[in-house]
Design a protein around this ligand. Structure first.
Ligand code: FCB
Length: 459
């Protein structure tokens, strides 16, 4: 056990005003993919590709939240949380990605937001959680600059519809996953394995964020707060060899620094060209882009699940000109004896403390932070003691980071209910509430009762 783990076994009480919530995403819970004029997204398409998703599953029905949302809001009220982070499905609002607005899609979110507010639950709206309208992918997707412009238009459309009742906005969820897992690794939609295309996607996602922030600022009410959510995974060299240290540095660039540096520092990391110079000329970067991308944020959303232990490995593609942006000459390893989740993810709460304190050290002007996702995946047991241990230990790490000077304003557990876990399908379950996908019955797990009691007594 490390020093932090020992110290953090029992979390101290959290200050008054600390926000407690749960998080979900549209494609993972809504289902109803053809309802009320929704257009197809890249995930509808991807799920039909043979072998893309385990057991050929898809979000077609998911948790049927589109019809059962009232019951899900009841669950949140019962849990006793004061906030809910969910995402708006771009293809429900603009089925073609741009152009004609689908009012019925907007109405769904308007009803949801009204109900939340009536129950005293503050909506935190994520504008993009990976479900790009297929029509935009057909025109190049995030590889092309136009998609960033379309995203800003879409942000404004959603703001016009619900901006009078939503004050917390998150532009993007985990641009790393959209760009690198989607266009570089090919494990997520649209399933591409590209070099320059994936790096262009990184830049255009960040640019879309910057354009949307500028647009929402111009429309903002005084109490409005705008941020972005990044997944952060500190990297640890698997051994003391210089090759592993270098591999961990490349992975840190890929996963963390190519997002934090432009957003919080207004520049791309100096080693971006060293690492990727042979697969991209970065022709997609234009003057003025970084000023938009690095404009001040009201908060940073941090999603944390695990640290990455990294070793040097042969490149998959020996010819650098043909290499994907994910092919970095690295492999991730599970350290011997490591504690792991039901999905085999390494459990290291000290990695969250390290992430949070590291951000403040690197960016002294860091805006307030919300932990916008953190959670534990397993096969769905109702007596989910592994999840309780995980939540307790990560809350302790957060509380310790607050003591150590990080301004952390809230915590959103991933997830309220079991849901469609992307390429892993339905077998990987993260919910505080179990979902029976045959009957859509919701059953709170032991962790639900634990978190309710924790929030009541120490939150
Ligand atoms: C994050 C995603 C979220 C969920 C969790 C387990 O990367 O943002 O949608 O799948 O992982």
């Amino acid at each position: 056990m490390t020093a932090i783990e020992e110290e953090t076994a029992v979390p101290e009480a959290f200050p008054a005003g600390f926000v407690w919530g749960t998080a979900t995403a549209a494609y993972q819970i809504e289902g109803a993919v053809d309802a009320d004029g929704r257009g197809p997204s890249i995930w509808d398409t991807f799920c039909r590709m043979p072998g893309a998703v385990e057991r050929g599953e898809s979000g077609e029905f998911a948790c049927d939240h589109y019809h059962r949302w009232r019951e899900d809001v009841d669950l949140m009220a019962d849990l006793g949380v004061g906030a809910y982070r969910f995402s708006v499905a771009w293809p429900r609002v603009l089925p073609e990605g741009g152009g004609a607005v689908n009012q019925r899609g907007l109405d769904f979110y308007r009803r949801l937001v009204d109900e939340l507010r009536e129950r005293g639950i503050e909506p935190f709206v994520t504008l993009y959680h990976w479900d790009l309208p297929q029509a935009l992918e057909d025109r190049g997707g995030w590889r092309v600059r136009d998609t960033a412009e379309r995203f800003a238009d879409y942000a404004e459309t959603v703001h016009d519809a619900i901006g009078d009742r939503v004050s917390r906005w998150i532009t993007l969820n985990e641009p790393y996953c959209s760009a690198i897992v989607g266009y570089g690794e090919g494990r997520h939609a649209p399933g591409a394995r590209e070099g320059d295309g994936a790096l262009a996607a990184v830049h255009h996602l960040l640019l879309g964020h910057g354009l949307a922030v500028a647009r929402l600022r111009a429309l903002a009410r005084p109490d409005q707060r705008i941020g972005i959510t990044l997944n952060m995974s500190p990297t640890v060299p698997a051994s003391s060899s210089p090759a592993d240290a270098d591999a961990a540095r490349r992975m840190d660039l890929l996963v963390n620094r190519q997002f934090t540096e432009p957003l919080l520092g207004g520049r791309y990391p100096a080693d971006l060209a060293d690492v990727f110079g042979r697969i991209s000329g970065f022709a997609f970067q234009r003057d003025g882009d970084l000023a938009l991308i690095g404009a001040p944020l009201d908060f940073l959303g941090v999603n944390y699940y695990y640290r990455l232990h990294v070793a040097a490995a042969p490149y998959d593609q020996p010819d650098p000109a043909l290499r994907s942006a994910f092919d970095l000459g690295t492999r991730t390893v599970t350290p011997p004896g490591a504690r792991t989740s039901g999905l085999g993810w390494v459990v290291e709460p000290e990695g969250l403390h390290q992430t949070l304190t590291g951000l403040v050290r690197r960016y002294p002007e860091l805006p307030p932070v919300y932990i916008t996702e953190n959670g534990y995946g397993d096969d769905g047991a109702l007596e989910d003691t592994g999840r309780i241990d995980y939540l307790r230990d990560h809350l302790a790490a957060i509380r310790q980071a607050m003591t150590d000077g990080v301004d952390i304003r809230g915590y959103f557990c991933w997830s309220l209910i079991d849901n469609f876990e992307w390429a892993r399908g339905y077998a990987a379950r993260f919910g505080l509430v179990h979902v029976d996908y045959d009957t859509q019955a919701r059953t709170p797990k032991a962790s639900f009762r634990w978190l309710r009691e924790f929030v009541r007594s120490r939150g």
